[in-house]
Ligand binder design. Structure first.
Ligand SMILES: [Ca+2]
Ligand SMILES: [Ca+2]
Length: 108
């Protein structure tokens, strides 16, 4: 983070499930965790890596889960199992996330 944090808020956007609550930070910063941001950052959700099964790779077994998560733009995540595929953190699993998964894809 390259500037001061001046506001904090916990927000559970979808109520009790499936997406976990997150801490939102607002302030005078334009990067967080090495990524460009516009004065707002979120902390507390798993980092999207495409590795849903936890084997350290975004691979075919993860793709099988991703296929079930694909809902399209601006549609809520189907379940918390879909969080590893929301690469752009906009609470959906759409073709932008699929493109990011493709970039992360590894063949064991
Ligand atoms: Ca995996
Ligand atoms: Ca997304």
């Amino acid at each position: 983070m390259n500037g001061a944090v001046i506001a904090l808020a916990v927000l559970d956007e979808d109520g009790p499930a499936p997406v976990l609550p997150a801490l939102y930070l607002g302030g005078r910063f334009t990067s967080a965790a090495g990524l460009p941001v516009a004065y707002v950052a979120r902390w507390g959700r798993p980092t999207a890596t495409g590795d849903q099964d936890g084997d350290g790779l975004a691979s075919r077994s993860d793709y099988a889960v991703l296929a079930g998560c694909l809902e399209g733009p601006d549609t809520a995540l189907a379940s918390s199992a879909c969080c590893p595929f929301d690469f752009d953190y906009d609470e959906d699993t759409d073709l932008r996330d699929v493109a990011a998964f493709q970039a992360a894809f590894t063949t064991p």
